[in-house]
Design a protein around this ligand. Structure first.
Ligand code: NYM
Ligand code: MG
Length: 214
């Protein structure tokens, strides 16, 4: 039995390098013969993803709670496939997941963190969350924001403080202020360790207890 694959999530604020690091991890793991797939949320290619895209690019207005639930539904669309892949031994590298869902929506002050977490209950829980951080100076040196909703420093400060409240034992806080390759090597060490350690364990799920203290 090859055992199950690991669910590995890259999280953090905008422009910290999540997408670059996720695809490099995929490349390296596949090169080592470890079955791996890359997922990204929001997945803008699905039916819910297209509405989310219209919302983010300001082509459509939607009430805050509606958008929140759409982001969650966008993950639930992938859930059957994620479970199938993980249980058949495929490791998943995921670029943003439920933590972005909760941290971004709760930054709007319309919904509590607790409320935002509810629709995530039952989704597969990550074995490892690589939370990339960058200080303000380092971020300001990277290329600028686009024109999507949420892309402003004031809002992202609130998002960053929400992320801090979601941390649990599965999180590794990583200083991303280093060159791409050095950072990727550091992430790979954590990833390989987790792939090995979860092989013979059951997948776990977000549960109501985890959020009792929020
Ligand atoms: N975002 C992402 C949410 O607000 N909720 C979610 O559940 C997820 C997964 O969407 N600013 C936000 C974070 C980003 C925006 O993501 C688009 P990306 O990674 O830029 O495509
Ligand atoms: Mg973006």
């Amino acid at each position: 039995m090859p055992g199950r694959g690991a669910l590995i999530v890259l999280e953090g604020c905008d422009r910290v390098g999540k997408t670059t690091q996720a695809s490099k991890l995929l490349e390296k793991l596949q090169h080592r013969g470890i079955p791996t797939q890359l997922l990204k949320f929001p997945d803008r290619s699905t039916s819910t993803g297209q509405i989310i895209n219209s919302y983010l690019t300001r082509k459509m207005d939607l009430p805050d709670k509606t958008v929140h639930l759409l982001f969650s539904a966008n993950r639930w669309e992938s859930e059957p496939q994620m479970k199938k892949l993980l249980n058949s031994g495929v490791t998943l590298i995921v670029d943003r997941y439920s933590h972005s869902g909760v941290a971004f929506s709760a930054a709007k002050n319309e919904m509590s963190i607790h409320w935002c977490y509810q629709p995530e209950i039952g989704l597969p829980k990550p074995d490892l969350v690589l939370f990339l951080t960058l200080n303000e100076t380092a971020i300001s040196k990277r290329s600028g924001f686009g024109d999507e909703r949420y892309e402003n420093s004031e809002f992202l400060k609130k998002v960053a403080s929400n992320f801090q409240r979601l941390k649990d034992d599965a999180w590794k806080i990583i200083d991303a202020d280093k060159d791409i390759e050095t950072l990727n090597k550091e992430l790979l060490l954590h990833v390989e360790k987790v792939i090995e350690s979860v092989k013979d364990t059951h997948l776990s799920y977000f549960d109501p207890i985890a959020m009792n203290n929020l």
